[in-house]
Write a new protein. Structure first.
Length: 143
């Protein structure tokens, strides 16, 4: 099986079976982001309990945006707020690489599946939707 096919399967699996989907009943911060170019929408709830992140989300959109939200929430839930920053930075760098980077699997885990997406400028915003919502929420929770 080619790596591209494996990555497509990872994205489809997270789209069909999203993790951490569902808004938290109790949360410290809630943000809502929209991708105006395609209409994808995502609401993210963020809570910080004993120094660890808890994320819940809900949204509508394409397989890329919804799978990215699932993978992001899985990667960041349970981490400390400071631990999340290098993961966020690595994903943004991957998306800005225009296909030149494959991503660090030790840092990004399943999120490396989006390396191919970075070659398609119209799809980068889809992949970044949840991550930018998290960035916004993390800034708010630090205040």
């Amino acid at each position: 099986m080619q790596l591209d096919n494996l990555y497509q399967e990872v994205i489809l699996d997270h789209y069909k079976h999203p993790e951490h989907k569902g808004l938290l009943q109790e949360f410290d911060v809630q943000v809502h982001h929209v991708n105006p170019s395609c209409g994808d929408e995502l609401t993210l709830n963020l809570s910080l309990k004993d120094g660890h992140l808890i994320l819940g989300w809900d949204g509508v959109g394409c397989a890329i945006s919804m799978a990215s939200a699932s993978i992001m929430a899985s990667l960041l839930t349970g981490k400390g707020i400071n631990e999340s920053q290098p993961i966020l930075d690595a994903f943004v760098a991957l998306m800005q690489s225009k296909g030149a980077q494959s991503g660090d699997e030790e840092v990004l885990e399943d999120a490396v599946a989006f390396a191919g997406v970075s070659q398609f400028p119209a799809r980068i915003k889809c992949a970044l939707l949840a991550w930018m919502a998290y960035k916004d929420a993390s800034i708010q929770i630090r205040k």
